[in-house]
Design a protein around this ligand. Structure first.
Ligand SMILES: NC(=O)c1ccc[n+]([C@@H]2O[C@H](COP(=O)([O-])OP(=O)(O)OC[C@H]3O[C@@H](n4cnc5c(N)ncnc54)[C@H](O)[C@@H]3O)[C@@H](O)[C@H]2O)c1
Ligand SMILES: [Zn+2]
Length: 363
């Protein structure tokens, strides 16, 4: 499947195809980029997929330098970005050269930041290898490193020239990491597309079994949904906020638990359960709309209840949310599956009440 992201001169294709990594060289050549490239990745991912990518690039006549960064969030640091800049300079990359990110969202974010800043911006290609990176982080051009005071604080918008998404890579992910990425897929269905949501409901068992055909179709469908949002709101003015569904409370949960207790998608699943309940509490959504969201999250192995949830700590974290405007945090709410609405009038009492509900047992 090929999804086109139409952003005028910054348009690009997202190719979702089993075996796509082996085609990167010829596809890059077709874009007319220069002969030098830098492949940014971590040791674990390089061991799995590095050879395939390097062989494809070299086979197409490109000179490749591999730049290894630390695994996970540790890659998103200024000193790591600086080491990448040094490596690019040493390898003689110029304005026409290309930086490729092979890995999860962390590698994509730091490599994208390096591509956005090196010589005021060079070609960038995303080769996402986690579900989260495939359906979310690799699309839309947000790049960032972390600041000691907050995640993703330093960054730039820099759209990739190409996203090559090989769903087969999702099969080597640890189970928890794989499931965590599914939260974004469920999120896309809830707020953007009822038919897609129903498809994920139907295919949940095959998705969990990582059936290659189902992975390709579901991941491709999610890319299409995110791409459509990015097309309509490239720089996150308003509409793109829809992608924050489940994340206002989800991020607060992660922050309140020191980013240690929950995988991102686990916190988002709980955030979705809470925000689904907010919509019901405000009279926007039915019991069944809430129940369907929770059923699908549970079906893909994500948490929807947490007995030790600390409502006061979560509320505190929401108040510190960087998206707060005039002290109020906008909430994306889902009145029905496939629809959303922005809400600025959610009170602390509303939030406390739905968080209390999540401490109980499912049902
Ligand atoms: N730019 C955006 O729009 C955007 C959106 C969402 C999230 N993010 C960022 O993404 C990051 C999280 O990304 P993530 O969830 O992909 O995790 P990650 O990038 O931190 O990677 C997690 C781990 O998975 C391993 N891994 C990657 N692919 C693998 C594979 N195919 N098989 C086996 N192991 C593999 C990596 O080596 C790493 O240890 C966060 O930093 C977040 O801020 C960015
Ligand atoms: Zn997310």
């Amino acid at each position: 499947m090929v999804v086109h992201v139409n952003l005028g001169p910054r348009s690009y294709a997202i190719v979702v195809e089993s075996g796509a990594l082996a085609t990167v060289g010829s596809r890059l050549r077709a874009l007319g980029v220069g002969a030098r490239a830098a492949l940014v990745s971590d040791a674990a991912i390089l061991a799995l997929y590095g050879k395939t990518v390097v062989a494809s690039l070299e086979g197409a006549g490109l000179a490749v330098t591999t730049v290894e960064v630390p695994e996970g969030e540790a890659a998103k640091r200024l000193d790591v970005a600086a080491r990448c800049w040094d490596a690019l300079l040493d390898a003689g990359l110029d304005r026409g050269s290309t930086v490729l990110a092979l890995g999860g969202g962390a590698v994509g974010d730091v490599a994208g930041f390096v591509a956005a800043t090196y010589m005021r911006g060079v070609n960038f290609v995303q080769l996402p290898t986690t579900v989260l990176a495939q359906v979310d982080a690799s699309i839309g051009g947000k790049t960032a490193i972390d600041h000691p005071k907050a995640k993703n604080l330093i960054g730039a918008f820099h759209q990739p020239r190409l996203v090559l998404c090989d769903p087969a890579t999702a099969r080597s992910l640890p189970q928890r990491e794989f499931r965590s990425g599914l939260a974004e897929i469920v999120k896309h269905g809830i707020v953007l597309d009822a038919a897609y949501f129903a498809e994920v409901e139907r295919d949940a068992p095959a998705l969990l079994a990582r059936d290659l055909g189902v992975l390709e179709r579901i991941i491709g469908g999610s890319c299409r949904l995110k791409a459509a949002v990015v097309e309509r709101d490239e720089q996150e003015a308003e509409l793109r906020a829809v992608l924050n569904y489940g994340h206002t409370i989800g991020h607060a949960l992660e922050a309140a638990t020191g980013y240690a207790r929950f995988a991102h998608g686990e916190a988002v699943a709980l955030g979705i359960a809470a925000e689904a309940r907010l919509a019901r509490r405000l009279g926007l959504a039915s019991d069944e709309t809430v129940a369907r969201q929770e059923r699908l999250l549970a079906a893909v192995g994500l948490p929807i209840r947490d007995a030790s949830l600390d409502a006061a700590a979560v509320l505190d974290a929401i108040r510190r949310d960087k998206k707060a405007r005039d002290g109020r945090v906008p909430f994306v709410l889902a009145p029905a599956i496939g629809t959303f609405r922005l809400h600025y009038d959610v009170t602390a009492e509303d939030i406390r009440s739905v968080l209390d509900e999540l401490r109980g047992s499912p049902g």
